[in-house]
Design a protein around this ligand. Structure first.
Ligand code: CAP
Ligand code: MG
Length: 451
C-alpha cells in the first residue's frame, strides 16, 4: 500500500534515534503513559511506539544538529514496552516514560501540549488513544488540586452518610429569569441539595446572566429558609473571556452562592485560574465535562476519560461529571467505576477490569466529588447506590422536572427513593436485588414516588 511505502522501516528512524529502549526501567519520578496505537499497514509497531515517544517529547522527523546542544538522552521519552491489544487486531499497547524535567511545574497546559500535542495526527498511525497515565508524586505535588474537596464540602453543607441529590434545570434554553428561579425553588424545596445550570446556558438574549444569578439565588435562599438545609445551585460562570468568567464568579460570591460551575470547554488554563480564584474565595467548583466526548468516546482514538479525570483532579475541580453506566449516555459499569476511583481514592491501585493500568499515588490531594448525570431517575436508585456508594451527586434533570405532578413532586420522589434505599442498605439488605421491592414499599406511603 501507499502507507507501507511511506512509513516502512528505513523511513521512520525514531527507534534508531533513541526513543525505544526495551531495557528501560522507569524511575519513580517518571510520568508513564499507556497509548493504544494502530499503526498504518506495514508500519512496525515498535517503530510506531518510538515515534509516539519521539513526537511527544523532543523529536521531529529527522535528526537535527541542535540535539547535540542538549542533554538529549534524558530529554528523550522512552517507549519501553509494546504488546498487541487482546482481541483487537492491528492495535497495540505502547508504554512510554517521560523524565520529570520535560514538564513545567503545575501546568496541565504544558503536560497536554506534549502528550497529546502532535501524535494524534501523525501519519504513520491510523489512530492513537491515551488510555492511562501515572504521574509521579513529585509532579502531583506541584498542583494544588480541588479547592474544597469532598470532605470539606460535606462539612460546609452539613450533609453526611448519603449521596447528594441534584437536578439540571430544563429546558436547557429559553426560560426567563423569573420562571427559571421558580424551578430552582421547587426542586430545592422538594428535597434536592443542589440545582444546576445546564452546560449551554450563559448569557443569551432570553435571560442575561445577572438575571439568572439573581433569580436563582432568590430561589436558593427561600428554599434554605423553608427547609433549614444548606442548599446550592451551580451558577454556570462560563463566558467568552477570563474577564467575563471572573466577573460572573465575583457576582455569584457577592450573592452568597456556595458553588460555581464551569464547562470543560473553557480549557485547561482557564480551569486552573478559576480553581485558584475558588481557593481564595471558599467556593466549590462544579466541572461539567461538556465536550469530553470529542476526546473520549472512540475506543481506538483520543484520550480516555480516566486520563481527563486525573488531569482535572490536579487542575482543581470539586465536582466532576463522571458518568452513570445506567442512564442515557454511553459508559460501561466497570470502566465508569474506574473513573470514580480516580476522583475519590487516596491511592488508586492498578485494576485492569476497571481500566486502571497504573497505580497512582495522590499524595493526599483533596478528593473530587463525582457526579452521575444523564437520563437517570428515581427508579434506578438501587443501581446507582450499588454502583457508586455514598460519595457521589446523583443528578436527575428530566427525572425531576419531568415528574407528572410537577417539579417539587419530582424532587420529593427522588429524596424519598434515596433515603429509603440508604436506610435499607444500612440495615444490610441486598439493594441490588431487592431495590425494586424497597421502592415499591416506600411508594405505598409516598404519592410522588408512586406516580
Ligand atoms: C442531563 C444533562 C447533563 C448530562 C451531562 C443533559 O440531563 O443536563 O448535561 O448528563 O453528561 O444535558 O443531558 P438529564 P455527563 O438529567 O435530563 O438527562 O454527566 O455524562 O457529562
Ligand atoms: Mg446538560
Amino acid at each position: 500500500t501507499d502507507a507501507s511505502k511511506r512509513y516502512s522501516a528505513g523511513v521512520l528512524k525514531y527507534r534508531q534515534m533513541g526513543y525505544w529502549d526495551a531495557d528501560y526501567v522507569p524511575k519513580d519520578t517518571d510520568t508513564l503513559c499507556l497509548f493504544r496505537i494502530t499503526p498504518q499497514d506495514g508500519v512496525d509497531p515498535i517503530e510506531a511506539a518510538a515515534a509516539v515517544a519521539g513526537e511527544s517529547s523532543t523529536a521531529t522527523w529527522t535528526v537535527v544538529w541542535t540535539d547535540r546542544l542538549t542533554a538529549c538522552d534524558s530529554y528523550r521519552a522512552k517507549a519501553y514496552r509494546v504488546e498487541p491489544v487482546p482481541g483487537r487486531p492491528g492495535e497495540y499497547f505502547a508504554w512510554v516514560a517521560y523524565d520529570i524535567i520535560l514538564f513545567e511545574e503545575g501546568s496541565i497546559a504544558n503536560i497536554t501540549a506534549s502528550l497529546i500535542g502532535n501524535v494524534f495526527s501523525f501519519k504513520p498511525l491510523k489512530a492513537a488513544r491515551l488510555e492511562d497515565i501515572r504521574m509521579p508524586v513529585a509532579l502531583v505535588k506541584t498542583f494544588k488540586g480541588p479547592p474544597t474537596g469532598l470532605v470539606v464540602e460535606r462539612e460546609r453543607l452539613d450533609k453526611f452518610g448519603r449521596p447528594l441529590l441534584g437536578a439540571t434545570t430544563k429546558p436547557k434554553l429559553g426560560l426567563s429569569g423569573r420562571n427559571y428561579g421558580r424551578v430552582i425553588y421547587e426542586g430545592l424545596k422538594g428535597g434536592l441539595d443542589f440545582m444546576k445550570d445546564d452546560e449551554n446556558i450563559n448569557s443569551q438574549p432570553f435571560m442575561h446572566w445577572r438575571d439568572r444569578f439573581l433569580y436563582v439565588m432568590d430561589g436558593v435562599n427561600k428554599a434554605s429558609a423553608a427547609t433549614g438545609e444548606v442548599k446550592g445551585s451551580y451558577l454556570n460562570v462560563t463566558g467568552a473571556t477570563m474577564e467575563d468568567i471572573y466577573e460572573r464568579a465575583e457576582f455569584a460570591k457577592e450573592l452568597g452562592s456556595v458553588v460555581i460551575m464551569v464547562d470543560l470547554i473553557i480549557g485547561w488554563s482557564a480551569i486552573q485560574s478559576i480553581a485558584n480564584w475558588a481557593r481564595k474565595n471558599d467556593m466549590i467548583v462544579h466541572m461539567h465535562r461538556a465536550g469530553h466526548g470529542t476526546y473520549t468516546r472512540q475506543k481506538n482514538h483520543g484520550v480516555s476519560f480516566r486520563v481527563m479525570a486525573k488531569w482535572l483532579r490536579l487542575a482543581g475541580v470539586d465536582h466532576l461529571h463522571t458518568g452513570t453506566a445506567v442512564g442515557k449516555l454511553e459508559g460501561d459499569p466497570m470502566t465508569v467505576q474506574g473513573y470514580y476511583n480516580v476522583c475519590r481514592d487516596s491511592y488508586t491501585r492498578q485494576d485492569l477490569p476497571r481500566g486502571l493500568f497504573f497505580d497512582q499515588d495522590w499524595a493526599d490531594m483533596r478528593k473530587v466529588m463525582p457526579v452521575a448525570s444523564g437520563g437517570i431517575h428515581a427508579g434506578q436508585m438501587h443501581q446507582l447506590i450499588d454502583l457508586f456508594g455514598d460519595d457521589v451527586i446523583l443528578q436527575f434533570g428530566g427525572g425531576t422536572i419531568g415528574h407528572p405532578a410537577g417539579i417539587q413532586a419530582g424532587a420529593v420522589a427522588n429524596r424519598v427513593a434515596l433515603e429509603c434505599m440508604v436506610k435499607a442498605r444500612n440495615e444490610g439488605r441486598d439493594i441490588q436485588h431487592e431495590g425494586p421491592e424497597i421502592l415499591q414499599a416506600a411508594a405505598r406511603f409516598c404519592t410522588p414516588l408512586r406516580q
